[in-house]
Structure formats: structure tokens, C-alpha cells
Design a protein around this ligand. Structure first.
Ligand code: HEC
Ligand code: HEC
Ligand code: HEC
Ligand code: HEC
Ligand code: HEC
Ligand code: HEC
Length: 502
């Protein structure tokens, strides 16, 4: 049997160089089979395993094949020189049964290599689109994005579904920018934090809208928020809002809601004059049905040189939902949530302000933060409330462990990632958000209409007050009451001028 196979292999193959190539290929195949078997039998997968089985080992396999061919060519040349053969190419006579079998054997080997390479390229393609490749391989660089993603509503959507989408053109585009990213990681040239917004992100039609149908926003959505004020009693305050998220299409309900911007027959384009798209002096609107254009311009003084350099952009989902998955929650949000769940006991004196002081400090590394959070909380209680520190130790410990958990989920000092560097454009409480345009200062050139800040335009205030279970309903909307008296400031200033997420 072995002799028979040996006869089928061209004699040119029997030289040291080709043997080396064959060894390289054989070892690669062996390792690939071994690693696949490990994966199959459920061994714990390390993030680098995919790169090895799907990219590195197959490359070595092909390298082996190339070495085999080179060896055979060298051998061929040697034989020509020494006169063992007369012509550089073999003569093929398919009527000779030995030669016929040899030809069939070589063709089968060649075809198998070809098919395997095709299969391997598909695997490489799949692998480079996987969450493992995008999120875990460069784990230091992508840790913030990956960690926040894991705790978001989109944790089961792959990175590629939002960042690449379907179609060959965006695949190629993303791999070209990807090549630069690999370079910048290898040579430590990447920005900390990674620049946001993403300039060449694919428009939402090719990504978000593959799963969310823009025409289909019609039900109002109730949002209830509970806050604890930074006083000794941690006074609770609740507000319940009915968000008017309709507006996608006249067939599915009112078209005056928040998703009006996304109505297929309206096009909103804006010019932003800062890197983060937070300052928007000019907005243009085009209505398909009436074929009319309008322009809203701010009454604030516009810096002409900045305006010339500004970025003009057609509004899509990402201009509001810029943090659908990499959500770096503010310390305020995290603490209020933990207190509502009673993982941080709201009856601990001043816990709201102590927790905040522990989270917002400028730590240099995650390790510093872990130590700092622990000492801030424990020392403050020991110093200011020794009785509490002594009798309610378990509750104080729970404050520490929960704050540490929130810190490592949403704040990454090594990459400079935190709530301050990544504004969330939904809302207007901690960041300017909707008030970038709806600030009562943008006036229509055509109709004189002002983009109003009126509190019942985007939501109806159903209930508000100091109790934790607010039930009073007011379908027409209540007038907003600021929890503490600040006069008219909440009307004349932006909420985010005072509320910084701390
Ligand atoms: C639900 C869609 C979605 C998914 C899933 C998603 N991203 Fe993003 N990502 C976005 C959007 C939208 C932005 C850009 C926001 C902007 O431009 O303001 C972004 C921005 C980024 C940025 C730039 C920094 C930043 O935070 O703005 C990085 C890096 C990133 N994503 C990596 C990843 C990785 C890695 C994964 C998978 C683990 C992933 N993304 C999954 C939607 C997504
Ligand atoms: C592969 C499908 C898919 C893609 C792509 C996708 N989403 Fe989603 N999205 C979902 C699913 C599924 C949910 C519901 C998650 C749940 O409620 O558990 C969701 C939920 C949401 C929510 C509600 C979140 C909440 O807090 O309840 C928003 C907002 C959203 N997506 C916006 C976006 C935006 C913006 C993009 C594009 C950057 C996008 N989605 C891309 C599937 C997708
Ligand atoms: C003008 C800003 C804006 C734009 C543009 C926008 N949205 Fe929204 N969207 C909102 C707001 C505000 C909410 C309510 C958020 C909340 O209170 O949780 C919302 C809610 C949603 C929800 C959750 C609905 C639910 O029932 O919970 C989804 C999904 C969503 N948007 C997807 C999209 C998609 C997809 C696009 C692009 C086609 C888009 N949005 C464009 C502002 C916007
Ligand atoms: C880039 C500027 C811009 C941003 C940012 C923006 N809007 Fe608008 N919005 C507009 C314009 C322009 C109109 C149209 C006014 C008109 O012509 O009637 C509008 C209209 C609306 C309407 C009323 C629709 C109607 O029929 O009158 C609602 C509700 C609304 N926006 C909610 C929001 C919410 C909520 C956000 C933040 C998540 C937001 N907008 C962010 C520009 C913006
Ligand atoms: C242009 C639309 C718009 C206008 C005008 C508007 N809001 Fe809002 N408001 C929103 C959106 C969007 C959210 C975010 C809801 C969410 O986080 O799910 C929000 C959230 C809030 C919250 C909860 C804050 C938080 O995130 O914890 C309060 C309180 C609030 N609004 C009060 C007001 C008051 C008071 C006014 C009038 C001065 C007002 N809003 C005007 C769109 C608007
Ligand atoms: C001039 C500054 C200022 C402005 C503007 C302002 N606030 Fe406040 N707000 C405060 C102060 C001070 C408190 C008391 C508690 C504190 O220090 O955080 C407070 C408390 C609150 C609370 C209770 C939760 C908490 O943090 O204690 C809510 C909710 C709130 N404000 C909503 C708003 C909204 C919504 C707007 C915009 C429409 C707004 N505020 C505008 C200064 C301001």
C-alpha cells in the first residue's frame, strides 16, 4: 500500500527542501485538528485561540505547500543541468495507466488544497467579524467598549452588525481601517480614549435599521426615574415621564413625536462646529411631500471660522442614540440605581454623597480606584459617623463592593474612558443632548418657529414628588417642579450646566 502511494507521488518531491515543506504543512494540519478537537470537546476558549487556528496555522500550512513547490523546482533545475531529464516540463500521456493514476492523484491533492483554502478564507472572514476578534483580542484597547457592551441591551448583537453590516464594500472598508488600527496598537499610537464620534461609521440604514424598522415607532413609553438627593437623609425624588416616541410614519400613528426626525419624508441635516458634535448652530430641514426647505439658525453669536471648518451631517439614529451599547453610566445613575435596589441602603446617613465622592475621584489606575473607593467610604463613616461604622459594618461593606463593581464596569482610567469623555445624546439632564437644537434659541428663517424647550413637547410629566411610589396620574401633563428652589434657572439655563452626573 505505502509503496503504491509512493509511486503516485512525483519523484521530484523527494528532496530535502520539499520534505521540510511537507513537515511544516503536516505539523500545521495536526495542530489545527488538535485545537479544533479541544474546542469541540468544550475546553475553555481563550481569545487568542481563534487567531491561531484560523489565521496563523493555515498560513503556515500554505507556506509549507509553497516550500514543497520551491523544492520541486530546484530539484527539476538540478536534473535539467545534470542531464537526467531533457525538457523542463514533464510529458503527460494519459494512455499510460501509471501516468493516468499519478495525474488523478495529484489533481485530487490539488483540489483538496484549493477547497480547504476556500473554506479557510470563509472561516477567516467569519472570525474577523466575531465579537471575540473585535472585542477581546486587543483586550486593553477595547476593554471599555467591550465591558460596557456586555452590560447593554445589545450584548447579543455582534460588533460587526453595528460597525460593518452586510455587503462586501463595507467589509473591505472596515478591514482597511482595521489594518491601520492593528498598526496603531502594535506601535502604541492609538488615542486614549479612542476618538468618538466614529467619523466613518456606516450610516444607520445599513446597520440599526436592519433590526429596527424606523416606521414602527408609535407607542408612548413610560420612563420613571428615582433620585436621592445629596443630603444627610438621602431624600428621594421621583419623576415619571411619558415619552412621545411616535413619529415614524403617518400610517402608524401621530407623526409629531420624537422619531419625527426619522420620518422617511423628512430630512434633517445639521452643521456642528466641535469635534464631539455638541455645538450645532445651523439645522436644515427638507420635506419630501411639499418639497420645501427650511433652515433653523441659532440666535447666539456664531464663530464664522469655526463654522467654515464645521462638519455637516445628515441626521440618523446615531445622532441621538450615540450610546446604544457602549454606555458609560454616570456615577449618579449607578448610585441611584443601586440605592433603589437597596444594594446600597438608602437609610445609611449621607450615603448618596459619600458614594459619589468615592466614585468621581480622579484615580490613575483601576487598582488605585479599588483602594481609594474602599478607604474613602470606610474612613468617612469612621470619622463622621463612628456609630454607623461600628454597628452597620455589613451595609458599609456592601456600599464598597457595589461601588467597586460599578467603577470597573463604567470607568477605565488607563484608557481615559469615563462618563465625562463620552456624552450621551439621549435626553438633556447630564449632557446637552436634545437641547443642542431644542434650546429655545434656534429660529426658522421661513416661519419664525422656535425649536422649543417646552417640557411637555417630548414627554408628558405624569407624576413627580418626594415619595418612592408615585401613582398620581396626569394625562395632560404637570408643570415641572424642580426638587429644590432654584428660581427660574431651570428654564433659562440647561440642566447640564449644573447637573454633571456626579
Ligand atoms: C448596537 C450597535 C453596536 C454594537 C453591537 C457595537 N457597537 Fe461599537 N459603537 C456603536 C456606535 C453607534 C458607536 C459610535 C458612537 C458615535 O460615533 O458617537 C460605537 C463606537 C465604538 C467605538 C469608538 C469609541 C466609542 O465608544 O465611541 C469602538 C472602539 C467600538 N464601538 C467598538 C465596539 C466593539 C469592540 C464591539 C463588540 C464587542 C462593538 N463596538 C459593538 C454601536 C455598536
Ligand atoms: C442585530 C439586530 C440589532 C441591531 C443591528 C441593532 N439593534 Fe437595537 N436592539 C435589538 C434588540 C433585539 C433589542 C431589544 C433588547 C432587549 O430589550 O432585550 C434592541 C434594543 C434597542 C433599543 C432599546 C434599548 C433599551 O434601553 O431598551 C434601542 C434604543 C436600540 N436598540 C437602538 C439601536 C441602534 C441605535 C442601533 C444601531 C447603532 C441598533 N439598535 C442596532 C437589536 C438590534
Ligand atoms: C431625535 C432623536 C432620535 C432619533 C434620531 C432616533 N431616536 Fe430612537 N429614541 C429617541 C428617544 C428620546 C427614545 C426614548 C428613549 C427612552 O426614553 O428610553 C427613543 C427610543 C427608541 C427605541 C426604544 C423603543 C422602546 O419601545 O423602548 C428604539 C428601538 C429606537 N429609539 C430606535 C431608533 C432607531 C433605529 C433610529 C434610527 C432609525 C432612531 N431610534 C432614531 C430618540 C431618537
Ligand atoms: C440636529 C438638531 C436636532 C436634535 C439634536 C434634536 N432635534 Fe428634535 N427637531 C429638530 C428639528 C429641526 C425639528 C423640526 C421642527 C419643525 O420643523 O417642525 C424637530 C422636531 C422635534 C419634535 C417635534 C416634531 C413635530 O412634529 O413638531 C420632537 C418631539 C423632537 N424634535 C424631539 C427631540 C428629542 C427628544 C431629541 C433628543 C433625543 C431631539 N429632538 C434632538 C432638530 C433636532
Ligand atoms: C426636545 C425634547 C425634550 C424637551 C423639550 C424636554 N425634554 Fe426632558 N427628556 C427628554 C428625553 C429624550 C429624556 C430622556 C429619557 C430617558 O433617559 O429615557 C428626558 C429626560 C428628562 C428627565 C429625566 C432626567 C434623567 O435622565 O434622569 C427630566 C427630569 C426631564 N426630562 C425634565 C424636563 C424638563 C423640566 C423640561 C423642560 C424644561 C424638559 N424635560 C424638556 C426630552 C425632552
Ligand atoms: C442652577 C443649577 C441647576 C439647574 C439649571 C438645574 N438644576 Fe436640578 N438641581 C440643582 C441642585 C443644586 C439640586 C440639589 C441637589 C444637588 O445638589 O444635586 C438639584 C436637584 C435636582 C434633582 C434631584 C436629584 C438630585 O440630583 O438631587 C432633579 C431630578 C433635578 N435637579 C432636575 C433638573 C432638571 C430636569 C433640570 C433642567 C430642566 C435642572 N434640574 C436644572 C441645580 C440645578
Amino acid at each position: 500500500m505505502r509503496k503504491k502511494i509512493k509511486k503516485l507521488i512525483p519523484t521530484l518531491f523527494f528532496n530535502m527542501v520539499s520534505f521540510t515543506g511537507a513537515a511544516i504543512s503536516a505539523i500545521s494540519v495536526g495542530l489545527i485538528v488538535f485545537l479544533f478537537a479541544l474546542e469541540f470537546f468544550g475546553a475553555h476558549q481563550k481569545p487568542y485561540m481563534g487567531i491561531i487556528t484560523i489565521v496563523i496555522l493555515p498560513t503556515f500550512f500554505l507556506l509549507g505547500v509553497v516550500v514543497i513547490i520551491v523544492g520541486m523546482r530546484i530539484e527539476n533545475k538540478r536534473r535539467l543541468k545534470t542531464g537526467i531529464i531533457k525538457s523542463p516540463f514533464p510529458t503527460l500521456d494519459l494512455n499510460d495507466s501509471h501516468q493516468r493514476r499519478k495525474f488523478a492523484f495529484i489533481s485530487v491533492v490539488f483540489l483538496s488544497i484549493l477547497l480547504t483554502s476556500a473554506f479557510a478564507s470563509f472561516q477567516i472572514y467569519e472570525y474577523t467579524e466575531s465579537v471575540e476578534f473585535c472585542g477581546e483580542v486587543c483586550h486593553v484597547v477595547m476593554k471599555p467598549e467591550y465591558t460596557a457592551y456586555m452590560f447593554s441591551p445589545h450584548a447579543k448583537v455582534t460588533c460587526a452588525e453595528c460597525h460593518v453590516g452586510a455587503g462586501a464594500d463595507w467589509y473591505v472598508k472596515s478591514k482597511l481601517t482595521g489594518a491601520y488600527q492593528v498598526y496603531s496598537v502594535l506601535f502604541n499610537k492609538y488615542a486614549r480614549p479612542i476618538a468618538t464620534p466614529v467619523r466613518d461609521l456606516r450610516p444607520a440604514q445599513g446597520t440599526c435599521e436592519q433590526c429596527h424598522w424606523p416606521k414602527h415607532f408609535y407607542r408612548d413609553k413610560q420612563v420613571t426615574k428615582t433620585y436621592y438627593m445629596p443630603d444627610e437623609k438621602n431624600t428621594p425624588w421621583t419623576i415619571s415621564l411619558l415619552m412621545k416616541i411616535g413619529g415614524g410614519s403617518p400610517e402608524t400613528g401621530v407623526t409629531s413625536g420624537i422619531h419625527w426626525h426619522m420620518n422617511i419624508s423628512n430630512h434633517v441635516t445639521y452643521t456642528a462646529i466641535d469635534e464631539r458634535r455638541q455645538e450645532i448652530p445651523i439645522i436644515r430641514v427638507h420635506h419630501d411631500d411639499t418639497n420645501e426647505d427650511d433652515e433653523y439658525v441659532t440666535t447666539d453669536v456664531i464663530d464664522k471660522t469655526k463654522l467654515e471648518k464645521g462638519e455637516t451631517r445628515k441626521m440618523d439614529c446615531i445622532d441621538c442614540h450615540n450610546r446604544p451599547t457602549h454606555i458609560y453610566r454616570t456615577p449618579e445613575e449607578s448610585i441611584n440605581n443601586l440605592m433603589k435596589l437597596e444594594w446600597i441602603s438608602p437609610t445609611l446617613p449621607s450615603v448618596r454623597s459619600i458614594a459619589s465622592a468615592a466614585l468621581v475621584k480622579d484615580y490613575k489606575t483601576e487598582e488605585d480606584a479599588m483602594n481609594g473607593i474602599e478607604s474613602t467610604v470606610k474612613d468617612t463613616y469612621k470619622f463622621k459617623y463612628p456609630e454607623v461604622a461600628r454597628t452597620r459594618q455589613i451595609e458599609v461593606d456592601s456600599v464598597v463592593s457595589n461601588l467597586k463593581r460599578m467603577y470597573s464596569r463604567y470607568i477605565f482610567p488607563e484608557m481615559n474612558v469615563n462618563w465625562k469623555n463620552f456624552p450621551n445624546n439621549i435626553g438633556h439632564y447630564t449632557y446637552v443632548g436634545c437641547f443642542r437644537c431644542h434650546d429655545g434659541k434656534h429660529v426658522s428663517k421661513k416661519t419664525g418657529k422656535v425649536l422649543s424647550k417646552d417640557c411637555n413637547t417630548c414627554h408628558t410629566i405624569l407624576a413627580q414628588g418626594q415619595f418612592s411610589n408615585v401613582t398620581s396620574n396626569a394625562p395632560t401633563g404637570l408643570e415641572f417642579k424642580h426638587p429644590i428652589d432654584i428660581g427660574d434657572s431651570w428654564k433659562t439655563m440647561n440642566c447640564s450646566d449644573c447637573h454633571k452626573g456626579e
